[in-house]
Design a protein around this ligand. Sequence first.
Ligand SMILES: [Zn+2]
Length: 231
Amino acid sequence: MISETKFHPSTELLQEFAAGTLSAGLNIAISAHVEFCELCCHKTSEFEAKAAIDWLQTSEKHSSSDYSDMIAKIVSQPQQNHIEQQDPSLSEIHMLDHSVSLPKVLAKAASNGLVWKKLSGGIKQAQLNIDDETQCEFIYMTPGSQTPAHKHQGSEITLVLDGSFSDELGEYNRSDFIMRTNKDVHQPRSDEGCLCFAVLDSPLTFTKGIARLLNPINNYRFRRSMSQRAV
Ligand SMILES: [Zn+2]
């Protein structure tokens, strides 16, 4: 595991992760961060234990069959996570033009093969169909690349997997978990190149220059991809 992580999921997000109430896309992003981050791994285990105790304390209100079901759920959920956490070694996969070590949950998601699309400014994107609530994608910023300035209509979560990038709010390295909301406008750039996993719950809005012309197309594409998955 890597210990120099500077940016982590919020406590609320980790609690929702432990309770199993997040979308599949967010679950994968947090799971992957937890594989990198000892601190969040420890916190998640604590939240899971607390949730289990809460279940037990409310057990008197339930019939014995409900009680058995609850115990089965309590026991099965933490066990699955502990199996993931017993062996924290990352999985090496060949991606783009080099090999990278990915958290197992993402290596598995990428193992079916990725279709990379070139976006403007030296950015490459490979989308994953994870759920019908979020857009999940690997983003590769080639060395020296910069995305157009943009803001978000909802939230964007970015997990740095390899290399580093920076924006107006900071510099981010491997294992950092960054959340941007509709209040933030930013323009990420990467000098050394950067591979990330991103989860968006709504399309981007470009705020400067010719990229603004793409906004209606982005909105349309986002809605279309969500509705296709919902079918
Ligand atoms: Zn963390």
